[in-house]
Design a protein around this ligand. Sequence first.
Ligand code: ADP
Ligand code: AMP
Length: 226
Amino acid sequence: MPAISNLGATTRTQPLWSPDKATVVFVLGGPGAGKGTQCQKLVADYGFKHLSAGDLLREEQDRPGSEFGEMIKSYIKEGTIVPMEVTVQLLENAMKSSMDGGNAKGLFLIDGFPRKLDQAHAFERTVVPSKFTLFFECSEAVMEKRLLHRGETSGRADDNIESIKKRFRTFVETSMPVVDEFEKQGKVVKVSAERGPDEVYDDVKRLFKQRGVEPITLKFVQTQEA
Ligand code: ADP
Ligand code: AMP
């Protein structure tokens, strides 16, 4: 991933791309709702590039020489929202490199973003307006169980009960207002995420179709020998 060369993204007055050049679907839901799991399925069937805000932040945190590493580390441990200048710039850089690298259609699933109203507004104002938000509804009891299980192998500094509780609070207090605002604009697709991954995905596919987003159809050309 390219290093953050400057933090200019959020000061632009116009979006970098129009919605016909880049299609962005935001993917939201509480921690452990299954966003990453569903995104992997969508990547395979629809040709999206999956960008996880959390993964990009962890990568930047671990990048040797990053001036933001220590700051990101403490926000993640506390389950709080990393300042939007950093997060939006990381996403913009990753989108640019994906487009340069052959994502000509500019299809993006942006997972775990926006988690606060300021970053939602900044992204849509300076990068590109989103198409819609895919929102996974899940109870805290189910998410907690999943995260503790994931924590047995993930090696993540925040998959422990103390950080999980803080992440739940941040989600309710800071991230839900983003979902509420997009919902008022008719831009939220809600899916119940408490069933198994395949059942959840069946609903996702059905709702994507309703929004005019279709899977990639692979055309096999049969060659016949004379
Ligand atoms: P998120 O990206 O929302 O934090 P993940 O996709 O990483 O969530 O899922 C959290 C954990 O729960 C992972 O260990 C994953 O394998 C598991 N998981 C995801 N979706 C489901 C599901 N529908 N049912 C049961 N377990 C799931
Ligand atoms: P995740 O990998 O999505 O579970 O996110 C892990 C942590 O990274 C969060 O608890 C936040 O501290 C940070 N983070 C993830 N996404 C964002 C975002 N959109 N804005 C700010 N911080 C974020």
